[in-house]
Structure formats: structure tokens, C-alpha cells
Write a protein that binds this ligand. Structure first.
Ligand code: DQQ
Length: 464
């Protein structure tokens, strides 16, 4: 394990990531005996995607996380010999039970497996009958992409959706039912997407009731190589999902979200924030991948999906800087930092573009801008590097965001090293990665100060 470099200002300090190596999807999140347990795709060999294990971290408050020893590792000559891929966890009448996808060496065989945890979820025993499910339904006409079990309880039975696709049609979420988590009966597709709109393949589908509707969150893979997280809201009838509306859940670096209900009844969502730089750069840093700050999901009165970082994160807030409209007329703010929590309110009718620049170099040649454009009704992230960005991703990001009549723009921005999580009015989300070339690029500047209603910035404590 490569120790992390204390001078690495790209490394987040209040988001969870393991001490070193590669992490991707959140897996098996559960609140168990009062503690939140987060498992995650983890490669103990280095900061690259291979040899997946389930890493493990624990939190009492959703803000501080303690990394624990690896929870589940591949077993040679078994159905999971080449990797413990993504999955979920349920409480099976007192037995913590992980349901995950096991893979073979070239990932051509993807099968569903179980493992049972001890009382503090530190030791895991694999089910002797693994795999519990291995055959892709014949009508899918394909031999792989059969993974990421997401399980829920209803009508005294277990239901599971698996992610994949139907050849020549598009991404699909398949629906299964079981009495005991071991024998699974295939029912039918829960939802089949449109290849152009929803992608050629689904990963990590989550499906759950929220308010008066059901929500399906899909990590979609598109022809041409793109990927995105989509959120569909609709009705669940006769064990089939009928979407009524759809949005991009995250127009950025978040992928493979996993949701759970906690003991406060909140539907919480975690997500992997991937890197935006080359594999060589990731390996040189010794770490790759960050977990987004968990958010609580709800639907508003118009059945739109709303998400806010969990309030517990406010316990990490330190020095507070409040600015009113008259304080920010110069634009540049007399503060700096790369570990900040920002709440900004703008009257978007007063400017063509309003927003804030972060990680700004003293001469302004380097910065990342989070802006709202009233004319095009879009939330954007624009990254400008001081020198050649080289192999660092820097394209513009954005998504449509329409304010309701009379509504102000309410931006919540979490900046943490190279991580940016931006949420507008709870319902438009862009995550980004920005790797300043100099440690001195830490300034803030308001764009269109005349539109500011109020601005609050907190310096965030490290959880390391
Ligand atoms: N990552 C896992 C898969 C999943 C993908 C493998 C999504 O189970 O489909 O690391 O990022």
C-alpha cells in the first residue's frame, strides 16, 4: 500500500476515500446496530481497476469514516475468483447478507453470490451454494452484463433487480423474486430502456418507493463510450416500472450510486466520484476514487427528484464567512481554501450569468467556475487550467436547470481538494474534478456580484 502524500492538495480531506489504492462503486451500504457501514469496490494492489474486493468503512454520524480491513476477497477456483463486483446488503432475519456479483478472469461469466457477516460485519463467510443465480434469461440474447444485484423486501418476499441489457434493444433491469435469497425466480424485465435515451447497457440499477412514486436510478452506458446516471420517476404496477419523467441525476463524475433507507426513514444515496486524470497520474498519486457525500432524496410537490447533502455533514463546518450583497461588490472574496462548504443564493433575473469561481490562482488564470446561465437555463462547470492541462479532463460540463417562477438560484457547493459537488435548488446536480496546478490556486470570486442575495462559506474540518 502506498502511503498518501501529506502535500497532495488534490486529495480530498472530508470525503471518504481509502488510505491508498483504487476505489469505485459504493456497495452493500447498511445501517447495522446503529452504525453506518459502507463497502466499496477496492483494489488492494494499486490505484487501478482490477482484482475487485469489497473494502469497508464505518461511521457513527455519516460525516466521519473509519477505514476497516478488507471485508470480502475473491476465492481462487470459485465463482468469484476474479472479483467481488458490486451489490447490496440486506438484514435477513438478523443475518447480515451481502448479495454481490462474482466474475471470472475475462468477466465473461457474471454470477450472483451471497456472503454472511458476523456481528460487527468485519468477517464474511461465503455461502456454500454460490452462485445462487447464474443463467441470463434466454430473451436477453447475450452472455454477459448480468450484475449488480439490488434487493428489497415486499409482500413477505425478496425482490431483486439485476442490471444488463437485451441484445439489439437496449439497457434492461431484470426482475427476480425469492423466498430465501437462494432460489431466485425470474419474473420479467422490470424496465427496458430505449438505447439512445437510456443507453445500451445498465449498471447498478436501484429501484425504490419515494413519496407517492417509485424511482429507478440507472448507471447507463451509451454507444460511443459515454456514461451517465439517470433518474426515472414513475409508477410500479404489476411488477413493471412505468416512468413518467426522467432527468440526468448527475451530469458529471458521479457514477454507480447506491441507496438505502436508514433508521430515520431517509432514502440516502452514495456515489463513486471517478477521477478526471490519466491512469498514470492516478497511480503516481497512489489513490483513485472518492465517495460523494451521502445525500438524502425526496420528491417535491411536482414529483421532481430532490437531493441534499445529509445535514450531518454540517458538523464538519469550521470558520464561517458570511457575505451579503454589499460585501461582494468586488467579486474576489477575502478567503481561500480547498476544503469548503458553500451556500450561495442569487437572484438569477439580475444577471445573464451568475455563480462563483473556486480554486482560483492569484492572477485568475486558473479556476473552476460553477455558473447558472439564465438565458439558456443551464447549470455549468467550466474548468480553466493555468498551463497545459495535458491528460487532465477539462471539457465544459452542464445540464438544464429551470427555475420556477420567482425562485432564486440556490447553490450548494462542496469543494474538497480535487472534488466539486454542486447542487442547484436540490434538483440539478453536477459533480466535477479539478486538479489545480499550484497549491496557491485556492481563491474564490463571485461572478455577477449584483445578483448575490447571500453567500455563506465554511471551512471544513478534515476527517483524516
Ligand atoms: N463497477 C463494478 C460493476 C459495476 C461497475 C465493477 C459500475 O459491478 O457494473 O467494479 O461502475
Amino acid at each position: 500500500m502506498t502511503p498518501s502524500n501529506p502535500h497532495d492538495f488534490h486529495r480530498p480531506t472530508y470525503h471518504f476515500l481509502p488510505a491508498a489504492n483504487w476505489m469505485n462503486d459504493p456497495n452493500g451500504v447498511i445501517q447495522w446496530r446503529g452504525r453506518y457501514h459502507l463497502f466499496f469496490q477496492y483494489n488492494p494492489d494499486g490505484a487501478y481497476h482490477a482484482n475487485m474486493h469489497w473494502g469497508h468503512a464505518v461511521s457513527d454520524d455519516l460525516a466521519h469514516w473509519e477505514e476497516m480491513p478488507i471485508a470480502i476477497a475473491p476465492t481462487p477456483n470459485s465463482p468469484d475468483q476474479a472479483g467481488i463486483w458490486s451489490g447490496c446488503m440486506v438484514d435477513d432475519d438478523g443475518i447480515p447478507t451481502a448479495i454481490y456479483t462474482g466474475v471470472n478472469d475475462d468477466y465473461s461469466r457474471q454470477v450472483q453470490c451471497l456472503a454472511f457477516g458476523n456481528e460487527d460485519l468485519s468477517r464474511w463467510t461465503k455461502h456454500s451454494g454460490n452462485p445462487v443465480l447464474s443463467e441470463i434469461p434466454a430473451h436477453c440474447f447475450q452472455a454477459r452484463d448480468f450484475r449488480d444485484p439490488f434487493v428489497w423486501r415486499a409482500d413477505d418476499q425478496w425482490y431483486m433487480t439485476l442490471s444488463g441489457h437485451i441484445n439489439g434493444v437496449g439497457g434492461a433491469a431484470l426482475l427476480y423474486r425469492s423466498e430465501d435469497l437462494r432460489d431466485w425466480q425470474y419474473l420479467h424485465p422490470l424496465f427496458v430502456g430505449d438505447r439512445v435515451r437510456h443507453g445500451y447497457n445498465f449498471e447498478c440499477v436501484n429501484f425504490f418507493p419515494l413519496g407517492q412514486r417509485w424511482v429507478m436510478i440507472i448507471s447507463s452506458m451509451f454507444d460511443g463510450g459515454g456514461a451517465a446516471v439517470l433518474a426515472l420517476v414513475g409508477r410500479y404496477e404489476n411488477h413493471r416500472f412505468f416512468p413518467e419523467s426522467e432527468t440526468v441525476y448527475d451530469a458529471g463524475y458521479g457514477y454507480a450510486p447506491l441507496t438505502i433507507v436508514d433508521d430515520q426513514g431517509r432514502r440516502l444515496i452514495w456515489a463513486w466520484l471517478r477521477e478526471g486524470r490519466s491512469v498514470d497520474q492516478q497511480m503516481a498519486a497512489g489513490w483513485s476514487g472518492v465517495q460523494a457525500i451521502p445525500r438524502a432524496l425526496s420528491l417535491d410537490s411536482r414529483q421532481r427528484l430532490v437531493s441534499h447533502p445529509v445535514p450531518e455533514i454540517k458538523t464538519l463546518r469550521g470558520a464561517h464567512h458570511h457575505f451579503s450583497a454589499s460585501d461582494v461588490h468586488e467579486g474576489a472574496l477575502p478567503i481561500s481554501g480547498l476544503a469548503l462548504d458553500i451556500e450561495a443564493e442569487f437572484d438569477a433575473s439580475l444577471a445573464e450569468t451568475c455563480g462563483i469561481e473556486l480554486a482560483r490562482s492569484p492572477d485568475g488564470g486558473e479556476q473552476v467556475a460553477i455558473t447558472y446561465d439564465a438565458g439558456t437555463e443551464a447549470l455549468r462547470v467550466t474548468r480553466q487550467y493555468g498551463g497545459e492541462a495535458g491528460e487532465i479532463e477539462g471539457e465544459a460540463q452542464g445540464l438544464a436547470h429551470r427555475l420556477d417562477a420567482g425562485e432564486t438560484l440556490q447553490l450548494r457547493i462542496l469543494l474538497d481538494g480535487s472534488v466539486i459537488e454542486a447542487v442547484a435548488n436540490g434538483r440539478a446536480r453536477v459533480t466535477s474534478r479539478f486538479y489545480p496546478s499550484e497549491a496557491t490556486s485556492q481563491g474564490l470570486r463571485v461572478i455577477s456580484p449584483e445578483a448575490v442575495v447571500s453567500l455563506d462559506v465554511w471551512e471544513m474540518a478534515s476527517i483524516g
